[in-house]
Design a binder for this molecule. Structure first.
Ligand SMILES: Nc1ncnc2c1ncn2[C@@H]1O[C@H](COP(=O)(O)OP(=O)(O)OP(=O)(O)O)[C@@H](O)[C@H]1O
Ligand SMILES: [Mg+2]
Length: 368
């Protein structure tokens, strides 16, 4: 086990800065997932922790010791990649034990360790096979075993499940979490799949273009996204955003389509301020006209089996609502919508940052 401290780390390639002042403290034994779209710098950050990529500025410490100048093998990290990187000509047993062989461990001891490790990931019966004779999931297990056998302080995973089919991904996800819990190492897991991130992480790190947008538990990030970027990235279907302005008395927001929404004095924002109102599709429900807080026109519906995604419009602004209910609806029909007051997220229309709301402040002070 080891904590990892990333302090103001930057990375430039030539004149291009791809990472800027990234700071992150990962606790001993924690499972942290780095989540973000393609090209935001997830792999680069992981490779800098592993020592496979030099850092341009800042410090990285593992177990309290700055490792900037240490070789990858001196850092106590084991990395698991998407493409497994197994040796095709070696058997499963040889692949798993390779690092121990290189380090000079006597054969008998090595074989015993290979056996125990293979058992822990369910590979006992495949030890004599070559990687080419394994399924994708089994190859992924070999890659895991090869990492586990080195008893690393830190596991670094770079999208290790991307090549697997949906069912196997879920299964391997649980397996990885189980191994993390049993081995007791610190894990950093990179993915662009929000479901994978939400289910695996003790804490999520949301990255955007080489910077960290938010760090928090999956629940914190879902319930209180710090920005429109985070709010739009986490949640499926994505959060709806309705542009508007805070009204003259600050109790209401006037949406761009002319409707006005009751905020009951919740917004800590000045009259006239541009805002984006965030509403998650799963927090919206249909309501009869007299109870409706918003009105929208029905556009089309997508069948999910378990329910539907209803696509609506407020003039030109799209709005989606998910519901287990299967309502017969006609294109263009006006429907009433309602939602709980705490389902409303308010973001600054210019900076995209979350605006503090008095209601949430009241909740926080009640808890303090
Ligand atoms: N050797 C390099 N030279 C120049 N730019 C690079 C180099 N390696 C990576 N980059 C750039 O750094 C940025 C971050 O890349 P990185 O591989 O860390 O992204 P990522 O978040 O892992 O993306 P993905 O989800 O597609 O794997 C990208 O814009 C990429 O083009
Ligand atoms: Mg990557």
């Amino acid at each position: 086990m080891a904590e990892i401290n990333i302090r103001k780390v930057g990375k430039t390639y030539g004149k291009t800065t791809i990472m800027d002042g990234v700071s992150l403290d990962i606790h001993n034994g924690e499972f942290v997932v780095i989540l973000g779209p393609s090209g935001c710098g997830k792999s680069t950050l992981l490779r800098m922790i592993a020592g496979l990529e030099e850092i341009t500025s800042g410090d990285i410490a593992i177990g309290g010791k700055v490792v900037n100048a240490l070789e990858p093998r001196e850092r106590g990290c084991a990395m698991v990649f998407q493409n497994y990187a197994l040796y095709p000509h070696m058997s499963v047993a040889e692949n798993i034990g390779y690092a121990l062989k290189v380090s000079g461990m006597p054969k008998a001891e090595r074989l015993a360790k290979i056996e125990v490790t293979a058992k822990s990931v369910g590979l006992t019966e495949f030890l004599d096979r070559k990687p080419g004779q394994l399924s994708g999931g089994q190859r992924q297990r070999v890659a895991m075993a090869r990492a586990i056998i080195r008893e690393p302080k830190v596991f670094l995973f770079d999208e290790p499940l991307s090549n697997l089919d949906a069912k196997l991904r879920v299964q391997m996800r649980h397996e990885i979490r189980r191994i993390h819990n049993t081995v007791g190492a610190t894990s950093v897991f990179v993915t662009h799949d929000q479901h994978e991130g939400m289910t695996l992480a003790d804490r999520l790190v949301i990255m955007n273009k080489g910077t960290i947008e938010q760090i928090g538990t999956p629940e914190e990030i879902y319930d209180r996204p710090a920005s429109i970027y985070v709010a739009g990235f986490i949640g499926s279907p994505a959060m709806n955003f309705l542009p508007g302005r805070i009204g003259p008395d600050q109790n209401r927001v006037v949406l761009d389509d002319g409707q006005s929404l009751d905020l009951s004095g919740a917004a800590r924002a000045g009259a006239g301020q541009l805002v984006q109102i965030g509403l998650r599709p799963e927090k919206l429900t249909f309501a009869p006209a007299e109870r409706a807080m918003l009105k929208a026109r029905f556009d089309f519906a997508e069948e999910l089996g378990s329910g539907r995604v209803y696509h609506l419009k407020l003039e030109d602004i799209p709005l989606s609502l998910t519901s287990p209910e299967k309502r017969p609806m006609i294109e263009g029909e006006v429907v009433g919508l309602t939602f709980a007051p705490d389902a409303v997220h308010i973001f600054d229309g210019t900076s995209g940052l979350r605006l503090a709301t008095t209601r949430q402040t009241a909740q926080v002070s009640a808890m303090a």
